[in-house]
Design a protein around this ligand. Structure first.
Ligand SMILES: Cc1cc2nc3c(=O)[nH]c(=O)nc-3n(C[C@H](O)[C@H](O)[C@H](O)COP(=O)(O)O)c2cc1C
Length: 434
């Protein structure tokens, strides 16, 4: 019996595919489209859907918001917290993960929001812990620029410590609901935390009732050594860009070793790699689809605008037909490294063309072909699964969701590679089921 994979879905709360023949959308803000999407994921037994988020309209590419607004790249982007509530209330088993930045929320507000969402989701809520990576986002929160990465993660360490203390400020048996004595909660089991750290101060206790998981499941995507350390110490699931099979294995081995060194069981962390399969009824049909994506005259601009946005580097300044100079960023270093394939000798144009497959080849074909390849890759890497998203520069459509959930996932299930039913009630238990 092959080792089963965990599947997550990487969801951008941005417009759906409004401009293509098989697309009726463009106005997703009521959430209806995303409810359909979450239900499709649940029928396919995904572990979770992850709602990505950033907190600005980028001007990184060409020093202008033009590309972002014109092509709806990373914007408009609505708030993931209310959509998480809606999706949680519209599903029964699927994990619902929302991204919230430690830069943007006061810890008390985040602890209360997560607790409320975990109650609404009945124990299936997860928090994707990010520290934000863009100066423009920092400027929306009263700062002139983003603090350096080291400090952002030092703050995140303290932030997580504080919110965990708030979640623990109610004992598990604090709510007694005793009609005889008219007692809702035992006041002796709810305590202030009196937290005084380097960056944050908070009295507590939390003023909402404990949630089924106590604290949400933690998802994280650290890419830099500092970020990986944070992820290894905190996360129940780590999400990472794909950078070739050897890169996947090295990344997973590294975060597992860090987790073990921090006294954790590495098997308690499920590492999911981002992939964007391109599917067809035949291999030729899938290849033709793939070629259509890269042949779009706007393809390169859209890729470069996206990568500019998450790295705060203006990729409009580089010659498309030359190699990139070595670059570093205070933004998403891991995503930059995965994109740039340092030392490969590829030109910027080639790097952009590689982006459709998001760093892992062989995922263009029929559902059976792609399922075989996914199984093969996981065998080489050792686990744990994939975070599926739409091919770069395309927007999400019902058609693509259908291809994944009714084509690829059943092909994985036929091979014993994917879950066919949910057996646990909380997201953390679902992640630890195998
Ligand atoms: C799959 C994936 C999803 C991510 N989602 C978000 C997100 O929604 N919001 C955000 O601000 N950062 C997001 N990030 C960025 C990470 O939180 C992290 O900053 C990044 O991977 C770089 O790692 P570093 O912070 O260690 O440099 C994501 C990264 C990856 C790989």
């Amino acid at each position: 019996m092959p080792k089963r994979l965990h599947l997550g879905w990487f969801m951008n709360f941005t417009p759906d595919e409004w401009n293509k023949p098989f697309a009726a959308g463009g106005q997703p803000w009521t959430g209806g489209f995303y409810i359909d999407m979450a239900r499709a994921m649940e029928r396919a037994c995904f572990d979770y859907i992850m709602l990505e988020d950033t907190l600005m309209i980028s001007e990184a590419y060409g020093e202008s918001s033009k590309a972002y607004l014109r092509h709806a790249i990373m914007c408009p982007k609505h708030d993931p917290a209310p959509i998480a509530a809606l999706l949680g209330a519209s599903t029964k088993h699927l994990g619902i993960v929302a991204t919230m930045s430690t830069m943007a929320y006061p810890p008390f507000m985040l602890a209360r929001l997560c607790s409320t969402l975990d109650n609404i989701c009945q124990g299936r809520f997860g928090w994707n812990i990010v520290t934000s990576g863009e100066n423009l986002a920092a400027q929306n929160f009263g700062m002139d620029e983003l603090p350096p990465r080291q400090q952002r993660y030092d703050m995140a360490d303290e932030f997580v410590d504080l919110v965990c203390q708030l979640w623990d400020s109610w004992d598990k048996d604090a709510v007694v609901l005793d009609r005889e004595t008219d007692t809702y909660a035992d006041y002796r089991k709810v305590r202030p935390i009196n937290f005084k750290g380097k960056f944050y101060k908070c009295r507590g206790p939390l003023n909402c009732a404990p949630s089924p998981q106590g604290r949400p499941a933690f998802v994280q995507a650290g890419g830099s050594p500092r970020g990986r350390q944070f992820a290894a110490e905190t996360a129940d699931s780590i999400i990472a860009p794909s950078a070739g099979v050897a890169g996947l294995k090295a990344y997973r081995d590294d975060v597992r070793a860090r987790a073990a060194a921090a006294g954790r069981n590495p098997d308690d962390i499920k590492v999911l790699f981002v992939v964007a399969p391109v599917l067809g009824e035949t291999e030729a049909e899938a290849r033709a689809k793939f070629d259509r994506i890269t042949a779009s005259p706007l393809y390169i601009e859209k890729v470069l605008a996206s990568i500019s946005s998450i790295t705060d580097i203006d990729f409009a300044q580089f010659d498309l037909d030359r190699e990139l100079p070595r670059l570093t960023t205070n933004g998403e270093q891991g995503s930059l490294d995965a994109f740039a394939q340092w030392g490969s000798g590829k030109t910027l144009r080639q790097l952009a063309l590689d982006q459709v497959s998001r760093g892992l080849d062989g995922l263009v074909g029929t559902p059976d072909q792609v399922a075989d390849r996914m199984g093969e890759v996981m065998e080489q890497v050792g686990g744990d699964g994939f975070l599926i998203t739409r091919p770069f520069t395309t927007l999400i459509s019902r058609q693509y969701i259908l291809e994944i959930c009714e084509g690829l996932v059943p092909a994985l299930q036929r091979r014993g590679l994917a879950r066919t039913e949910y057996t646990k009630s909380t997201l953390r238990e679902t992640l630890r089921e195998f």
